[in-house]
Design a protein around this ligand. Sequence first.
Ligand code: ADP
Ligand code: ZN
Length: 609
Amino acid sequence: MKDKQKENQKKKEKRKELIKTIVLCVILLICIVASAIFIYLSEHKDKDEKEIAYTELINSINEGKVEKIEMTNGSNSLKVTMAGEGEEKDREKTALVPSIQAFMEWVNDKVDKENVKIELIQNQVNPFLKVVDTIFDFLPTILLIVLMIMIFKMQGFGGDQGKVYGGEEGKETDVRFEDVAGLDEEKNELIEIVDFLKKPEEYLKMGAKIPKGILLYGKPGTGKTLIAKAIAGEAGVPFISMSGSEFIEMFAGLGASRVRRLFERAKKLAPCIIFIDEIDAIGSRRTSNSGSETENNQTLNQLLVEMDGFDTDETIIVLAATNRPEMLDKALLRPGRFDRQVTIPAPDMNGREAILKLHAKDKKLAEDVDLRDIAGDTAGFTGAELANILNEAAIIATRNNHEAIGKEDIESAVKKITVGLEKQNRVVSDKDKRLTAYHEAGHAVVSKFLPTQTDVKEVSIIPRGVAGGYTMYKTTEDKYYISKTELLEKMVALMGGRAAEKVALNEISTGASNDLEVATGIAKDMLTVYGMDDFIGPISLKVDDPYELQIFGDKVIDQVGNQVQKMVEDAYKTAQKILIENMDILDKVAQTLMEKEKITSEEFEKFFE
Ligand code: ADP
Ligand code: ZN
């Protein structure tokens, strides 16, 4: 009897569960259909026949069929008025352009150089209205997402446990070590992890201890995520990733529970890889007790608990990435946690060539392109920046109707990424032009008299990005060590800009702010990092905590301040001296710059013959 009752009860419960699920599914379906309709309607309400394709727009402009183009700041959508008879309203079209900046450059060129008549109108958008507009655009999506989250919560699903690539289904990331160019030593160091994940039993039988956590140090874009994915890909195990900043939650305790769920999920999927990007966001040193800090501490503590809580035979390997190792809480680096560190450096000459080659595989390059040359011109660039350069070059080549990506396309892309786009349309007053011309000429002429400095490659007073002008130097081979003389001369070259303003125009400007910042930074590093000051001696003043500096006493600290000031001042004086002695050359270079706006290295060298 009792048993029967129980069974009935169970049946009832099951039926209830089923009904609940069906109702939820129906609600979900209705929501999806409703928002799909809403989105469709709002997207298509006034676009129908009025929208023209990008290529059609370009053709129409080329054929002189466009009368007016109106753009709104920050939007890729343009209002285009075609030339012709009849009401202006009927001739209005809309067009979407992939890159508004590139497009406008091109149109401006057309108007300036080819005398095509197009009226260009720039509308400013009220930022408040824009926000409201955006919210309305996304309203249905937001509502749908909120609903779905609610349903999922009711159903008792866990929510975010990190993104999983692959998983029980047996799919893996398709990244392999061959997709990571350069970094040979680093790959060698990590290959044993792959082997361990492939056949953990063998290692465990042998009694080998496998690291639980590995910290990847390196600038953003050096390929840390890529290499972590490649490890998972090579081993054929799931890759679960999460970014440290995602753990930082508004509500106390949530960060910690996310960490817990992340590891729960990993245990189910093991063997697998957990990747925590920007670990410094949670793992920075536990110091004060202010609001978000305590929250941070909870999250960090949970991470430590989890790291200690699983055994190596669970075959979970946690990879974490950061570019600020000095920020990390020391507790994270203890044995059994992230006790292995691998530095992922910015690529050297060979690495850059390898990365460029890899990313050039799917691109159409012209014969004149020598990737080794480009690698030589891009010292200090990361893998992400190099990939970006080739992509930009492809865009530039397409825009200029080139058959393939040529040498000059790549050079423009490099420039675009280093100094920002040339802004040929910005109106520069004659006075500004003169000041910029002397400033840049100053850098260039001064460096010519400094034996350790590389030759000038190009001087320009065409504004680019935030800079009013620029002086580019030829790069040489990568250097691992820089001498004291070289650093001092570098400071002199940096001060050359302001020195020229002063000696030629008896005026100084804000244009030198970045130069001053860099020069001051060099002086500071020379004293505190490289131990290059006679009084302070060869000691490092790089400390974790400013209080630690106190052990050196006020004398040392005062010396740093005074010495930095003196070194920058000296560099400034040296630059002035060089310029005063070579005033004729400075004048000639500046005059030429004002006329031609750009000087190549050959033209520059002629001034010294
Ligand atoms: P990080 O995680 O260090 O910030 P990523 O791994 O996200 O950098 O790199 C971003 C992109 O840059 C990659 O998806 C890849 O296209 C490119 N990249 C970076 N380093 C390399 C490399 N060594 N080889 C090939 N591509 C690279
Ligand atoms: Zn400058």
